[in-house]
Design a binder for this molecule. Structure first.
Ligand SMILES: Cc1ncc(COP(=O)(O)O)c(C=O)c1O
Length: 369
């Protein structure tokens, strides 16, 4: 259990945002392994078993297609998800971008949710590097984009307009699972209107575990999918792009242009294979932990939304975010505390650690100030 942690000599005193309360931000010197980290599910560290798998991986030069472990991982994922082919990338940002660039050319457009990672959190890479115009559309409360909104956004074939080529969705999105009925209807609609469909499935395994469905069902209707190994699955890096053979061949070209051709990448692929074999069933515990956090925070009077998977959103009363963040940090807890705070569970967070987090929320002395 993490208790108050050693505080170094470095302390800074600053006025609070409101200018009323003096707060003390302790710069704590803690071994990063001792933090209880709720910022993201990307923060997990490879377990001993995963490191052993990485150390013993057979490798080769993957730019030449010679790495047997990468080739095996690609074959396994393509087979499991029911696609012709797969391609290993260092990151989800890169696999999404190469996917968008393989689908769309210069002057084409993709329809995407305002809240989508490819639109909001990837520096506009599709536009910056791919010359692809994004058409952002409002996401509904459940994370989807209404078919009416999509229909209105598809541009006519007119010399003034970009060519609407692709619909990109995300699942899970902000921890929400897209309803299967919606997925079927929206992908059918997109295809009927001549659009291609791409899924950012960085957390598709969370959706599968939640809905108790298999891989092909989870991605039904999508022409391509990007799947991350370094989120809830706990690998240190890696994302796979899945799709038809020609599409993957084009994405392979873009991957090289984007500087994403890796050499002895089998050490990373081995971590991914280990994660697929050992970590998928653990996602259910992450979801249960998220649910537990939400229930307990609500019992403290905080407005915490019921999570669908491993991401909890909780409203922090006005004026408390900075002090609460410092309070948690002094107890070895890292969280991105904002008026709307996101807490993410993952395989490095045991129930004991969650209890420590909840105690720290309860002990926060200023709730009534
Ligand atoms: C939904 C989603 N897609 C894509 C990415 C990008 O993945 P990476 O950080 O590996 O580039 C993230 C990262 O957190 C994500 O949450």
């Amino acid at each position: 259990m993490a208790t108050a942690l050693p505080i170094s000599q470095n302390r800074t005193r600053t006025a609070s945002a409101a200018g009323k309360q003096l707060r003390e931000i302790a710069i704590v010197s803690i071994n990063p392994n001792d933090f209880i980290d709720l910022r993201s599910d990307t923060v997990t560290r490879p377990s001993a078993g995963m490191r052993a798998a990485m150390a013993s991986a057979e490798v080769g030069d993957d730019v030449y297609g010679d790495d047997p472990t990468v080739n095996h991982l690609q074959a396994v994922l393509a087979e499991r998800f029911g696609f012709d082919d797969a391609l290993f990338f260092a990151s989800g940002t890169q696999s999404n971008l190469a996917g968008l660039m393989a689908h769309c050319g210069r002057g084409d457009e993709y329809l995407v949710g305002q809240e989508a990672h490819t639109y909001s959190y990837e520096q506009g890479g599709a536009a910056v590097l791919g010359s692809i115009q994004p058409q952002p559309l409002e996401n509904d409360a459940d994370g989807g984009i209404s078919i009416q909104r999509i229909a209105k956004a598809i541009k006519a074939d007119d010399i003034h307009f970009a060519r609407t080529k692709l619909l990109a969705l995300e699942n899970t999105i902000g921890g929400r699972v897209l309803p299967q009925d919606y997925q079927r209807q929206v992908t059918e609609f997109a295809h009927a209107r001549g659009l291609l469909t791409h899924l950012d499935g960085a957390r598709i395994y969370n959706a599968m575990v939640k809905l108790k469905i298999d891989e092909p069902t989870a991605v039904a209707g999508f022409d391509s999918v990007s799947v991350c190994l370094s989120k809830g699955l706990g690998a240190p890096a890696g994302s796979l792009l899945l799709g038809p053979r020609e599409f993957i061949a084009q994405a392979r070209r873009w991957r090289k242009a984007l500087g994403g051709g890796m050499r002895q990448a089998g050490v990373l692929a081995a971590a991914g294979l280990y994660a697929l074999e050992h970590h998928v069933p653990l996602l259910e515990q992450d979801h249960a932990n998220a649910e537990f956090i939400a229930v307990e925070l609500r019992a403290m009077g905080l407005l915490a939304q019921p999570p669908q998977t491993n991401i909890v959103y909780v409203n922090i009363p006005e004026g408390h975010a900075v002090n609460l963040k410092a309070h948690l940090q002094q107890r070895g807890i890292l969280a991105t505390v904002r008026p709307r705070t996101r807490l993410v569970t993952h395989l490095d967070l045991s129930r004991d650690k969650i209890e420590t987090v909840l105690r720290a929320f309860r002990d926060y002395p200023h709730w009534n100030c």
